[in-house]
Ligand binder design. Structure first.
Ligand SMILES: [Zn+2]
Length: 511
């Protein structure tokens, strides 16, 4: 993730200039160009939809409706961008915007509001984040880089898979999980309300929306709140500011209460099924597979059209090590929705448990195509290693080793075991220093997570006649993980600051 952000920044610095912000009219230094904004948004949009639970495709009429409201606002915004709007299949009340105008609203936010004007307030706010370059500005300030160092730990709700992301997908996870800051939130509220008013909506919708958010943020557990309220924290200050802004805009306008109610009918009817599903996910997170299974059955009986419910039933079966039954459920889920990564990921894992590596490979690759995860990549490494494709396994494990958490540590471990003999210099560090009589001591440090032995290395030195010579040395070991072993070579005199002419030539993993 680090490298991708760095690349984005390096590209950015090559094309900097001064420009007027399209929304605020303020002059600002611009390093990320519009085409780069659009590119970053486009590249991450599909991944972030997957990470947010996938598209809410069981109700395409609702998605069309939300897109209609989005287009109406985008048309009166201060910046033409290739705006896109989707509804995500997640109960977390969240909405986000990627640079370049790629916007998403969660099902769980739609069920908390009561009018089209409130929906317009949500979307108008997100449009401003994109139009006023809020993400781009953060990239320019190098804030994303800091986020990269700290990690993306705030994305932890039950229906949020962002923490699994590796490689390119991780950049998107940062883009939508970061806090834009108080100033940007107020700016998004202000201009979002102006867009609402221009589009013919009652700006009071933004006041009601913010009051709803403040109320929501008071009564709920933090993990449930992590999405929306991490990136757009609600506050009484924002309520007050919206009341003031509304006073400066023409009174009246559409509220669209009836239209909203009609568009939401199916979603509200099935809300109880998704609640059962969410309880099942939570139970599974707490290793209570029996309750998860019960909740999945309940959700399926209430609303048999939703593929996620079969996915949950499969996951419960998987935890119970009933892999055949798990696969049956993933099959049903995939028949109903063939573009969600998690069903393929889980079916791949189940197939591998059943000894069907061929099918597992296909599913895991498909899963990674939709949304690259450490879990799928690590398992692909295992399969490659099992099949004797050492180089391929090393490639998979290297990708995972750069991520975070237990799975990364495990991958680093496997990587050393596979690769140490070929590339000992990659895993072993060394240093040189003189002993009391000036002879060269070489320190060999095991920078890996496993014990190593039989480290061989070549020391280059000049003999008393000034002739360059190579001497082969070795440390039988074992050297424990993270430890070092020092060898006095007897070569002297070794003047301080003479460099460290050592080359590691061989090493083995200690059994
Ligand atoms: Zn915001």
């Amino acid at each position: 993730m680090f490298r991708a952000v760095l690349v984005a920044l390096i590209v950015a610095f090559t094309a900097s200039g001064c420009a007027v912000n399209p929304v605020t009219g303020k002059r600002e230094l611009t390093m990320v160009s519009e085409s780069q904004e659009i590119q970053i948004g486009t590249e991450n949009y599909a991944f972030m939809q997957q990470a947010g639970g996938g598209d809410y495709d069981v109700d395409p009429v609702l998605t069309e409706y939300v897109q209609g409201v989005g287009k109406r606002l985008a048309a009166v915004s201060d910046r033409p961008l290739p705006y896109e709007f989707v509804v995500l299949n997640s109960s977390v009340p969240n909405a986000w915007a990627l640079p370049g105008g790629k916007i998403a609203v969660n099902r769980g936010l739609l069920t908390e509001i009561n009018s089209e004007a409130e929906l317009a307030a949500v979307i108008g706010h997100e449009i401003v984040h994109a139009a006023a370059r809020h993400s781009a500005r953060q990239m320019e300030r190098g804030m994303l880089l800091q986020v990269a160092v700290v990690g993306t730990a705030i994305m932890t709700s039950d229906s949020d898979y962002s923490n699994l992301a590796i490689g390119g997908a991780n950049v998107g996870a940062q883009l939508i999980s970061q806090s834009y800051g108080r100033g940007a939130e107020l700016e998004s509220d202000l201009y979002g309300m102006r867009y609402m008013s221009r589009a013919g909506y009652d700006p009071q919708g933004a006041v009601v929306l913010q009051q709803t958010f403040v109320k929501l943020s008071e009564g709920r557990e933090t993990s449930w709140l992590s999405g929306l309220f991490a990136s757009h924290p609600p506050s009484e200050e924002r309520v007050r500011a919206n009341i003031q802004t509304a006073a400066t805009l023409p009174a009246g306008g559409e509220t669209g209460v009836e239209r909203y109610k009609a568009a939401m009918e199916k979603t509200l009817d099935t809300k109880v099924a998704y609640e059962a599903y969410d309880e099942g996910r939570k139970a599974l997170g707490e290793k209570n597979s029996a309750l998860a299974l019960k909740k999945a059955e309940e959700a399926i009986s209430l609303y048999p059209d939703e593929a996620h419910f079969y996915g949950l039933r499969g996951d419960a079966r998987y935890v119970d090590e009933q892999y055949d039954m798990a696969v049956d459920n993933y099959d049903i889920a995939i028949r109903r929705r063939n573009d969600f990564f998690q069903y393929y990921l889980q079916r791949g894992l189940a197939k591998e448990k059943l000894g069907d590596d061929g099918s597992a490979l296909t599913d895991l690759e498909k899963s990674n195509e939709l949304f690259p995860t450490a879990t799928a990549t690590s398992k692909l490494g295992d399969i490659a290693a099992k099949r004797g494709n050492k180089l391929q396994a090393i490639e998979y494990y290297s990708t995972v080793a750069g991520s975070q958490g237990e799975i990364a540590l495990d991958a680093r471990d496997k990587l050393v075991r596979l690769d140490l003999e070929q590339n000992p210099g990659k895993y072993i560090q060394f240093g040189c220093y003189p002993d009391s009589s000036g002879n060269l001591i070489v320190a060999i440090a095991n920078a890996t997570t496993v014990a190593i032995r039989d480290v061989r290395f070549v020391v280059q030195y000049r003999d008393s006649g000034g002739v360059t010579r190579n001497r082969e040395e070795s440390i039988r070991g074992p050297i424990a993980a993270g430890q070092r072993s020092d060898l006095n070579t007897g070569i002297g005199p070794y003047p301080p600051g003479a460099g460290c002419p050592v080359q590691i030539t061989a090493a083995r993993v200690a059994k």
